[in-house]
Design a protein around this ligand. Structure first.
Ligand code: AMP
Length: 501
C-alpha cells in the first residue's frame, strides 16, 4: 500500500466529488473531484523546476489555497516540505536554507529572503495565491501520479528552535502525519458533514497537520482564511461546524459583543491548543456560548499528543486530557528519570507513531531528545491524575509562547548581545492579557547613556516581528546564582506586572 499521505487523503474522497474541498474568500477553489488535478498541476510545476523525490522544498508564504496545493504537490512528488514563518527576516531564512539545503525556495515577493545568487531556484507564491509557481502550474498538464512512499519516508521538516538558539528541523514521516490525523478524526468525531473554519497559519503544525489534514482526511470542507480576523471569524461561524485556534484567538473573540450563543450555534467543536488556555477564558467562553472549548496538547515534533474527551463534560479547564490512541505518555523525575506516581509533577516524555524521526542532520540533538527506549523528552512538565488525565504544569525548556508562537530566548539573546554597548541580555516571558506571554529583554550595559531604542532597532532589523521584545529594561546587574547563571525566575517576578491588564 502507498503510505504517501496524499494517496491516503485521495482514497477517502470517493462519493464527494462535487463537494467543495477548499473555500477561499467565499468562493470554491476546488471540489474533492477537482483536487487530484489541482494538486497534479502544482506537481507538474515542481517537476519543471527540478524537484525530485527526497528533495527539500522550502515555502515562506502567507496562507492561501495555492499554499495548501503546493504542500500536497510536494508530498505527491515524494519531496519534503519545509515551511517557514513568512515573518522571518532574510538572515533567519539564510540560516534555515543553509541547514535544510533545499532545491527550491517558494516565497511571497513581499516577504524577506536572502539575495539571489546562491544557486537556489526560486518561485513566488503571493498572499492572494498568485505568483510564478501558480502561473506555471496553470500552464501545465496535471501530473496525477502520487509517488509511492514507505511509512517511514519523510514528508516534512518543521523548524523549531531550541535552548541552543539554532533552529532544529523536526523530521516528520508520512506515518506520523497519517496516524495522527486518523487518531484525531476518531477522537473529535469528524465526518464528511463537517466544515472547518481555518484561520491558523499553514506554516505551523497546528494549521497544516491538524486543521487542513482533518478536512482532507474527513472529506470535510475547509474554509481557509489568510489569517485570523475576529470580525471575519464571527461572521463565518454560522456556515461551519468546527473552529480551531490558539488561546489568543479565543480572548479576541470574547472581546467582541457579537460573539455569543447565536453566533456559535452552528458549531459542534471549538478546539484550542499550542499554548495554555487560562481556566478563566475557558469559563468565560462557556458562560458566553454555552459550549466548552476542547483543549489539546501537541508539539511540532509529535503533532498531537493528548486531548480532552469529546463529550462536553469530558472537556475540563486547565487540563489537556488523555494521550491519543497509540501514544504513550509518562511523567518522570529524578536523575534516574523514573516514572512518578499520580499527582507528582515531573517531566513529560512521550512515544508513539506520532513521534518524528529526530532532527534533520543533528544526530547529537536527536540522541539528546529521544532516549534509547524511544521516549522523547518534550521539555514540558506536568502530572497525571489517577485516571491518567494530564495537566501541564510548565516548561523545563526555556520557551516563551506569545500569541501562540514559540520564541526561544537563546536565539534572541545571541542577536541582542551583538548590540554595541550591551554587556549581557536575558530574554524573559511575562504575563500579557492578549498574547498570554510577552517578550521582555532585560539588558546590562557598560554605557551610562545606553539607549534602549538602539536595541529595539537591531531587534527590528534582525528578528521576525513576533519575536521582537515588547519591552526593553536596563539593569545595572542581573540577579545570579552561585554558578553565575542569571536567575530568570527573579527577573520574571520583577517584571511580572509590566503588562498587567
Ligand atoms: P509547537 O512546537 O510550536 O507546537 O509548540 C509546542 C509547545 O507548545 C509544547 O511543547 C508546549 O510547551 C506548548 N503547548 C502546546 N499545547 C499546549 C497546551 N494545550 N497547554 C500548554 N502548553 C501547550
Amino acid at each position: 500500500m502507498n503510505a504517501n499521505l496524499v494517496a491516503i487523503f485521495l482514497s477517502r474522497h470517493a462519493g464527494h466529488e462535487s463537494k467543495p474541498a477548499l473555500i477561499w474568500q467565499g468562493e470554491t477553489v476546488c471540489t474533492f473531484g477537482d483536487l487530484p488535478a489541482a494538486i497534479g498541476r502544482y506537481r507538474a510545476a515542481l517537476g519543471e523546476l527540478g524537484v525530485k523525490r527526497g528533495d527539500r522544498v522550502m515555502v515562506k508564504a502567507e496562507n492561501s489555497p495555492a499554499f495548501a496545493l503546493t504542500y500536497l504537490a510536494v508530498l505527491a512528488s515524494g519531496a519534503i516540505f519545509v515551511p517557514m514563518n513568512p515573518a522571518y527576516t532574510a538572515s533567519e531564512v539564510a540560516l534555515l536554507v543553509e541547514d535544510a539545503d533545499p532545491v527550491l525556495l517558494v516565497h511571497g515577493s513581499a516577504t524577506a529572503v536572502p539575495p539571489e545568487g546562491d544557486g537556489l531556484t526560486r518561485a513566488t507564491l503571493e498572499a492572494d495565491g498568485t505568483g510564478s509557481l501558480t502561473a506555471l502550474a496553470a500552464r501545465l498538464e496535471p501530473d496525477l501520479a502520487v509517488e509511492a512512499m514507505a511509512e517511514t519516508d519523510l514528508a516534512a521538516i518543521l523548524f523549531t528552535s531550541g535552548t541552543t538558539g539554532r533552529p532544529k528541523g523536526a523530521m516528520l514521516m508520512h506515518r506520523n502525519l497519517s496516524s495522527n490525523v486518523a487518531a484525531l478524526h476518531e477522537a473529535w468525531r469528524f465526518s464528511d458533514t463537517d466544515s472547518i473554519l481555518h484561520s491558523l497559519p499553514l506554516f505551523h503544525a497546528h494549521g497544516l497537520f491538524v486543521a487542513l489534514h482533518l478536512g482532507l482526511y474527513s472529506a470535510a470542507t475547509v474554509h481557509l482564511l489568510g489569517r485570523f480576523d475576529a470580525a471575519k471569524v464571527v461572521s463565518l461561524l454560522p456556515s461551519v461546524s468546527v473552529f480551531m485556534g490558539v488561546p489568543t484567538f479565543y480572548t479576541r473573540l470574547l472581546d467582541r459583543a457579537d460573539f455569543d450563543r447565536t453566533a456559535t450555534a452552528a458549531i459542534r467543536l471549538f478546539v484550542c491548543g499550542s499554548a495554555p488556555l487560562l481556566p478563566s477564558v475557558f469559563a468565560q467562553f462557556e458562560e458566553r456560548t454555552g459550549q466548552r472549548i476542547l483543549e489539546r496538547y501537541g508539539m511540532t515534533e509529535a503533532v498531537m499528543i493528548t486531548s480532552n474527551r469529546y463529550e462536553q463534560d469530558g472537556r475540563i479547564a486547565g487540563t489537556v486530557g488523555y494521550p491519543l490512541p497509540g501514544v504513550e505518555l509518562r511523567v518522570v523525575g529524578g536523575t534516574a528519570r523514573t516514572e512518578l506516581p499520580p499527582g507528582e509533577v515531573g517531566e513529560i516524555e512521550i512515544r508513539g507513531p506520532n513521534l518524528c524521526a529526530g532532527y534533520w542532520r543533528r544526530p547529537e540533538a536527536t540522541a539528546e531528545a529521544i532516549g534509547p527506549d524511544g521516549f522523547f523528552v518534550t521539555g514540558d512538565t506536568g502530572f497525571r491524575d489517577a485516571s491518567g488525565r494530564v495537566t501541564i504544569a510548565g516548561r523545563s525548556k526555556d520557551l516563551i509562547i506569545s500569541g501562540g508562537f514559540n520564541i526561544y530566548p537563546a536565539e534572541l539573546e545571541m542577536v541582542l548581545a551583538e548590540v554595541d554597548g550591551v554587556t549581557d541580555v536575558a530574554i524573559i516571558g511575562v504575563p500579557h492579557p492578549d498574547f498570554g506571554e510577552a517578550v521582555v529583554a532585560v539588558v546590562t550595559s557598560d554605557r551610562p547613556d545606553m539607549d534602549p531604542a538602539l536595541i529595539a532597532a537591531v531587534a527590528t532589523e534582525k528578528l521576525a516581528r513576533f519575536k521582537q521584545p515588547k519591552a526593553i529594561r536596563l539593569l545595572e546587574e542581573f540577579p545570579r546564582n552561585a554558578m553565575g547563571k542569571v536567575l530568570k525566575a527573579e527577573l520574571r517576578k520583577q517584571f511580572a506586572g509590566l503588562f498587567a491588564a
